[in-house]
Design a protein around this ligand. Structure first.
Ligand SMILES: [Zn+2]
Length: 152
């Protein structure tokens, strides 16, 4: 549990969950594929971020709720304007919340996958390799089908 919490904490702080020596993101919301300090792969599987988006949605709602309450105290503000401004606050909060949620999410994923021993690192490169194999298989199948049609 200590390892998991440490990895989540490092991710939440936008640092590599494995070593904390390098930043997790290369851009504002673009995570580094690999940690430049320890070499651990961050991006391993397609779709492993899915839950982080939903979590971000939920965690961004309090910002919208707060904006709604604060804007309610502004005299002369129409309900439509209040709603529009609340949405703007929500939209602005979302990417900031997303970075930290995604970092924490990544920490959780790495802790689950690697375990306390740091063993067994399923690799994104392996996944990419499988995707390439699949594309190659499909290309050959299409070629064979085309050859068969020509020979008939
Ligand atoms: Zn690292």
């Amino acid at each position: 549990m200590g390892v998991t919490l440490r990895a989540i904490g490092r991710g939440l702080a936008l640092r590599c969950p494995n070593c904390a020596r390098a930043p997790l993101f290369t851009g504002f919301i673009t995570p580094a594929r690999r940690c430049p300090a320890c070499g651990v792969r961050h991006m391993r599987e397609r779709g492993e971020w899915l839950g982080s988006t939903e979590t971000t949605l939920i965690l961004s709602l309090p910002f919208a709720a707060l904006a709604w309450l604060v804007l309610g105290a502004v005299p002369g503000l129409t309900r439509d304007a209040r709603f529009a401004l609340t949405f703007v606050v929500f939209a602005l909060a979302f990417p900031f919340v997303y970075r930290h949620v995604r970092g924490a999410w990544l920490g959780l994923m790495r802790a689950w996958e690697d375990g306390a021993e740091g063993a067994g690192e399923p690799s994104g490169l392996e996944w990419e390799g499988l995707a390439e194999d699949q594309a190659e298989r499909e290309r050959r199948q299409a070629e064979r089908a085309a050859t068969r049609r020509r020979n008939e």
